[in-house]
Design a protein. Structure first.
Length: 127
């Protein structure tokens, strides 16, 4: 069963991350949906960035979510994620939070919640 990657639909960096994953996810391990597809109860307390619903239904956030996705892509990306896991979660999340604070300034903010998705990829997106 595919895992779902929830993303901030207004964030240029998040859109870029989704495109990056789609291009490299040949096994179609991930589906994608904007964060507002989560229930209000689940959204409470979550960051406005990347959130992954893991294999057992748990939600992964911040650096754990990003590294989980990279590991799932395999190869070099899995190796890179493993290298990043050498750092304590507090350090990884500090870096993640810093990038999250400046992401709109660096990568822009979009008005549309979902990017235009080619027909052959639409089954992988919840809209």
């Amino acid at each position: 069963m595919p895992e779902t990657v929830y993303y901030d639909g207004h964030c240029g960096l998040c859109h870029g991350f989704v495109k990056f994953v789609v291009k490299r996810d040949s096994e179609e391990r991930y589906r994608f949906a904007p964060l507002d597809r989560l229930s209000d109860a689940e959204r409470r307390g979550l960051p406005d960035s990347i959130v992954v619903r893991g294999p057992q239904g748990s939600l992964l956030v911040k650096s754990d979510a990003a590294l989980h996705v990279l590991e799932g892509l395999g190869g070099f990306w899995s190796f890179l994620a493993g290298c990043a896991r050498v750092f304590p979660k507090s350090v990884r999340d500090f870096a993640y939070d810093f990038i999250a604070r400046v992401r709109y300034h660096l990568f822009g903010k979009r008005d549309e919640v979902c990017p235009l998705v080619p027909k052959e990829l639409r089954k992988r997106f919840e809209v």
